[in-house]
Each structure stands twice: as C-alpha cells, then as structure tokens.
Write a protein that binds this ligand. Sequence first.
Ligand code: EPS
Length: 387
Amino acid sequence: LRYLTAGETHGPQLTAIIEGLPSNLQLDFEELNFQLLRRQKGHGRGRRMQIEKDTANIVGGVRHGRTTGAPVALVVANNDWKHWTSVMNIEPIEGSDEEKRRVHRPRPGHADLNGGLKYNLKDLRNVLERSSARETAARVAVGAVARQLLAAFGIKVAGQVIRIGEIEAPANNLPVDELIRLTEESPVRVVDKETEEKMTAYIDQIKAEGDSIGGIVECIVEGLPVGLGSHVQYDRKLDGRIAQAVVSINAFKGVEIGIGFEAGKIRGSQVHDEILYTEERGYHRATNRLGGFEGGMTNGEQIVVRGVMKPIPTLYKPLQSVDIDTREPFTAQVERSDACAVPAASVVMEHVVAWEVARAFLEKFGGDSMEEIRSNYDAYLEQIGRY
Ligand code: EPS
C-alpha cells in the first residue's frame, strides 16, 4: 500500500494516487468528505479556510461505490485557484516580478531558503507553493480511505488536542467513541469545556499580538490485534513508521509513543506494563504506558501517539531575514496566515497514523479482495485465541 500526492497550494487542485488497496472495499463518500471538513475547522484558522470547501473527487479505481483493486485516484480542488490562474499558470506568462508574485524574501521557519538553494530556484514561490500545509488536505483524503478499511475490521481512530501553547488539557481516559463525539463539538478539539474557553481566548490573544502558537496533539487507535509491525527489521517496526509519518506533517517537530519522553525520567518498574491473562480478554496488559507497542509490534492495547507542532512560521509580527536579490537584511511582511492550526493538525495526525496502521494491516493480512483479507484476519484471530 502506497500513495503519492501532487499539487500546489494555489494551483488548480491536489491529486493523490493510492496503490495497493484491495477490491470490494465499500466507500462512504460522505464520510470521506466529513473528514476533509474536520480538517478545515478549528479556532485560529485564517481567511483561506473561508474560501475552501474541500471535497474529494474520486477519478479512478472505484465503481458503483466499491474499490476495484485498481489504483484509486482522487482530487481535491482549490477554490482559491481562481485568484491565482495567471500567477500559477502552467504556460509561461509575460509580466513583471510583481505580477508573477515572485518571492525573493525567504521567510524564517519555512522551506523557502533551503528549497531555493537546493533546487536553484530564484522564485521562492516554486518552493512555498508545494511546502504549504495545504498538501495535508490530500493526506487526509488518502488517510480517510485507509480509515474506512480499518473501520471494516472494527478499528477506530480518535484524536484530541493536549496542549496549545501555555494551556494544557487535563488528562482523560474516555472510551474512544465518547472522545470522538466530545472533541467534535469543540472548536479546539478538547473535551474539557474550561480548557476550551482558555484555549480559544489564548489563541485570540496570540492572534491580536500578530503572533502564532503551536501545541501537542494525541491520536488513539483502538481495536487492533496483536502483531502489526515486526521486531525483525528496522523498517518493519510500526512505531518507527508512525513516528516518521507524524514528524513528516508540516510543522511537526517531535513524536512520543505512550508516556514517551517521560520514560526517560522514571524507573523501569514504573514504565513497563505487566502481562495478564483472562479467558475473556486473553493476554493483555495491566496498564498501557508503552502506548500499544513492544518490539515495534502492536500488543493489542490502544496505540497512543503524540505529536508536537511548532507555531506556524508565517507571522504578522515580522522576523529578520535576508533578501536573495540584494543579500540585504529585511523584515518579513505577511498578508494572510493562520494564528493556530493545532486543532486541524490533530485531524491530519489521525489520518497519517490511520494510513500507517492500514499499511501494516494489509502487510499482515494482505489479500487482493476484502473477502480474502477477512478470512486471513479471522484465521489469525483464531490462532491467537488458541495460543
Ligand atoms: C498555509 C498558509 C495558508 C493556509 C494554508 C497553509 O494559506 P494561504 O497562503 O493561501 O493564505 O490557509 O492552509 C490551507 C490552505 C489548508 O487547506 O490547510 C501555509 O503556508 O502552509
């Protein structure tokens, strides 16, 4: 199972191709678009989100609502494109730098300067158009398909915001369905109402000061069997793959599994989860401090992953940089940005995690049709039950 995305933030559309899906996966298109809508919401987003109404248009690999086993191609249109048809034209255009909206002033914290130097591009727009977090709309669309595959086997994915800047949400241990329902009602994707109020006021304050703010998000996956991923090779360890996927989300700087960095501060006896057995639950753990992983494999407990997002580097408050035409210093001016995209990033993280889990799921139970996967899955559960 693999995918690629293409497309620029102000281009006509984002495009994704998913290769390796089984046939006969029934797709719920409304559910797919609901996931895209979730990513667009959240307190702290900028004006662009009033322009976009993301929907996934499937243009290959699906017939009469079901996958055929062929690559699935999908497209998410950019409504903002109509304002950029000349600037982002595929054909050469005549006009001044101004008219082409050429970018020669790299923004600190963005891909601009590194990408310009690396690809030898003197118009940094060629970098920023692709490095923009707009691309995460395509990743959510792809992850939403993976999520439906997992849902067919009773696997659920939830997300919540744990921290925005100085404001931390109190820990909760809610059942996954409850967590999904409650976070959905919150503009900052937290359960606790008092925290929600503090966070929204805090984001407003940051925005009023022309600044931006990051945070920490958590993703939970429930309903997984033991043994997705493997201890035998570095690139088959599922926790490692999830870590890569999470840090690859725009602006993410770190990842934790279970208690994560806390594990470096306390003793082994306080970290490891004791093994229990009952007729009803089979083998399981007394606690889940290791976030569902031992030896790079799922252990049957919930996967718990956290990611940290830095503040969006596009600031109304200018930072010092150097013009690539003159090599003279300047202070960057910005027209449009999000003050905080942590709630949206929480949705993105759910989907990149869902993707990695689905990939490992298909490696374990792989088959060309949903029916074949189902029988492999059932046989494995039976084998585990007998163990
Ligand atoms: C982004 C900057 C903003 C965001 C954009 C990501 O867009 P613009 O430069 O057009 O104002 O709105 O996010 C999205 C379009 C999206 O769909 O999430 C950036 O620089 O990363």
